[in-house]
Structure formats: C-alpha cells, structure tokens
Write a protein that binds this ligand. Structure first.
Ligand SMILES: NC(=O)c1ccc[n+]([C@@H]2O[C@H](COP(=O)([O-])OP(=O)(O)OC[C@H]3O[C@@H](n4cnc5c(N)ncnc54)[C@H](O)[C@@H]3O)[C@@H](O)[C@H]2O)c1
Length: 348
C-alpha cells in the first residue's frame, strides 16, 4: 500500500487498530506479555526480514507492522500488510515513515552481508553504519522507543577462541562486515549507557531457511546444499569439508529475536549483542544427514574466497548469558533442521 492510499484510510485504520491491539492483548494467553506497539521493519524483504515481518504481523496485527525496504519483497509478504519503499541510509525517509505511522519499535535488518561486503567495502560500511546511526539517533531524540539491530558471529576473528566462544573475549574481526558489526555493537552499548536508548541485539550465527533465499553470506552453503540436493542430487561446496561454523534454523532465530525484544529491560545485562548458539556442523556433517534422506546425493569441495572468511569465525558459541538473562533455548538440531528444510523446499 502506498503512503497516500494509507492516508485516506487512516481514520478507519487507527480506530480498528486500537480494537485489534486490545483484543490481541487481552485474549491470547500466550502473548499477554506483548505490549501493543507499532513496528517498522527496515530490510523487511530479505532472508530474515521476510519471516520476521510475517511473524510480527501474526502477533501484533498486520497493519501494526510496516515493512520497509529499498526493493519489493515476495508476493506473500507484499500482500500481508503495509509496505514502504525506503532507503535505510536516508534519515529523513525513515523519520517520515516513523512519524506517519507513529512507530514505536524499529527492527533494522538492512545490511550488506559478509561475502558481498568484501567486494564493496565502502558501500558496505556506508549502509551498515549509517542505517544504524539513523535509528539510534531517532531513539535518542525519543521519536522511537525500541530498536532491534542484529549483530553477527562475524564480530570475532582468528585471535578469538574458536570453540565455545565466550560472550566477552578477544574480538579482532578481519572482514569489512565483521568490523561494521563490531563497531555497531560498541555504538549500541554507548547509546544505551549515554542516552538510555533501549537497543537490543543478537550475534546471529549463519541462518538456514527455505522461504527467502540468503543474501550473500559465507554460511549460504547450508541453504544452497538442500536446494541442490533436491534439484540435482549433488552439490559443490565453496567451503572445505571440515569447516565447522555456528548455524541456526530460521524459526529458532525469529523466536530468539522476539523473546529478546519481549524480555523485561531490567533482566538484560548486555547492550552490545548477545551470543546465540544453535548448531555447529561442517559441510561433511550436513552432507551425511542429507544422504540419509536422499541416498544418491554427492558432495564435492571447491573452497573459494569465502573459506578465509569462514576460517576467521568461531566453530561453536557459548550463549550462557542469553540463557540466563532471557531463558534462551535452541529447539532445532541438525536432523530437525534438515527435515524442515527438505519438506519445506519440496512443498514450496
Ligand atoms: N542471514 C544470516 O545468516 C545472518 C547472520 C548474521 C547476521 N545477519 C544480519 O541480519 C540482518 C538481516 O540479514 P538477512 O540475511 O536478512 O540479509 P538480506 O541481504 O537477505 O536482506 C537485507 C535486506 O535489506 C535490504 N536493503 C539493502 N539495502 C537497503 C537500504 N539501503 N535501505 C533499505 N533496505 C535495504 C535488501 O533489499 C534486503 O531485502 C543483517 O543485519 C545481517 O547482517 C544475518
């Protein structure tokens, strides 16, 4: 829906929305802790944004969740609620949408991911940093109340302990993307300490999903492998067979995001970004599981420039702070993830 079209229905929308918010709040036992709010998701059409926006629309009502992106998303997303074409580096454009819809919470998902960022370092820096400053400054000026901004395991580097990487440890990222995420974490903590901005963040591991394709990350192989296994019964992997990386199924990542955002502020001890563990596996591990479902499946290895990025990241993550502060618990192991991916891809 365009902004003009929305203006015409604004009065009806606002009155029906308050009823909807109230109903949601009063009738569903499971979500009684959810405060009524209006949400803007920037980068809503990407791998995470698409599923996050749909889930938020389920919880808060479709018209209370505005999808914003520089490009349009898939049909289901576009048909499910309001959409605003919006550049995350354009403060004025974000502010206009925030004021128009009376947005309380922004989920900033727009970014340039690890593999693409190595090709366009300055563009990545500009997008990843300026978009974050834009929303942090809107919160500092009290134009929005809450921010979710994702960090990544890319904040770690070769000098970080690789196994069970602690929450607080050496962080010397060697990629443009990792440097932007580590810097972003520092600014989030600074805005919380200095200006009381309620910003929350997670260091997502590599995310596995079938509904929207990944957008140029180093862990994309863990999605491509299922697609190619079903289509061609073979896959050439761009990482070597024993490269273990932290990963997570999308449903777990979305649930983690919502649980963190719903957690009472006083329980949160970390305002940079929480470590989040899900799975840790190698291409060889995943290929064995796929073979147990598709016996003809064959994998070959041809590592490229992404191997060096993967080698600089941890193999597994210690997420005890997330478990302690907001009761985080993973639900999807590799077998359950593989079944969900293969079944989901067959049906889509
Ligand atoms: N997917 C992962 O495995 C993973 C892991 C760790 C962290 N993250 C982080 O999560 C966030 C979302 O990741 P994703 O995988 O969904 O990325 P993605 O590339 O799939 O989606 C990003 C979205 O942002 C949009 N976008 C790009 N430039 C924009 C701009 N200037 N203005 C508005 N929108 C713009 C794109 O059109 C796209 O829809 C990013 O911050 C990413 O760094 C992702």
């Amino acid at each position: 829906m365009t902004r003009c079209a929305l203006k015409n229905t604004e009065i009806i929308k606002k009155s029906s929305l308050s009823v909807l918010k109230l109903n949601t709040f009063e009738t569903s036992k499971k979500i009684t802790t959810i405060m009524p709010e209006t949400i803007l998701v920037i980068g809503a059409c990407g791998q995470i944004g698409t599923e996050l926006t749909m889930k938020l629309r389920d919880l808060y009502g479709p018209d209370n969740v505005i999808a914003g992106d520089i490009r349009e998303g898939n049909e289901t997303l576009m048909a499910s609620g309001p959409f605003e074409q919006l550049d995350a580096t354009d403060l004025k454009a974000i502010e206009e949408v925030v004021m128009h819809y009376e947005v309380d919470t922004v989920y900033l998902m727009a970014a340039m991911l690890s593999a693409t960022a190595e090709k366009f370092p300055m563009r990545a820096w500009n997008l990843n940093m300026n978009s974050l400053f834009n929303v942090l400054n809107l919160a500092k000026e009290k134009k929005i109340e809450r921010i979710f901004w994702p960090s990544s395991i890319a904040v770690f580097g070769t000098t970080t302990p690789q196994n069970d990487t602690p929450q607080t440890t050496i962080m010397e990222p060697s990629t443009v993307y990792g440097i932007s995420k580590q810097t972003g974490e520092r600014w989030c903590e600074y805005y919380f300490n200095k200006y009381g901005v309620d910003v929350r963040s997670i260091r997502y591991p590599g995310l596995i999903s079938y509904k929207t394709l990944p957008g140029g990350g180093t862990t994309d192989y863990a999605v491509d492998i299922y697609i190619e296994a079903l289509k061609e019964q073979k896959y050439e992997c761009f990482l070597s067979e024993n490269t273990a990386l932290p990963m997570m199924y999308m449903d777990d990542a979305i649930r983690a995001t919502l649980e963190l955002m719903q957690a009472p502020a006083e329980n949160l001890t970390i305002r940079s970004a929480y470590n989040l563990a899900g799975l840790s596996f190698t291409p060889k591990d995943i290929s064995k599981i796929i073979k147990s479902h598709i016996p003809e499946f064959e994998i070959t290895y041809n590592p490229d420039y992404r191997q060096a990025i993967a080698d600089s990241w941890p193999s597994s993550i210690d997420d005890s702070a997330a478990r302690k502060d907001w009761n985080w618990k993973t639900e999807f192991d590799l077998e359950k993830t593989s079944k969900a991916m293969l079944n989901g891809l067959k049906e889509s």
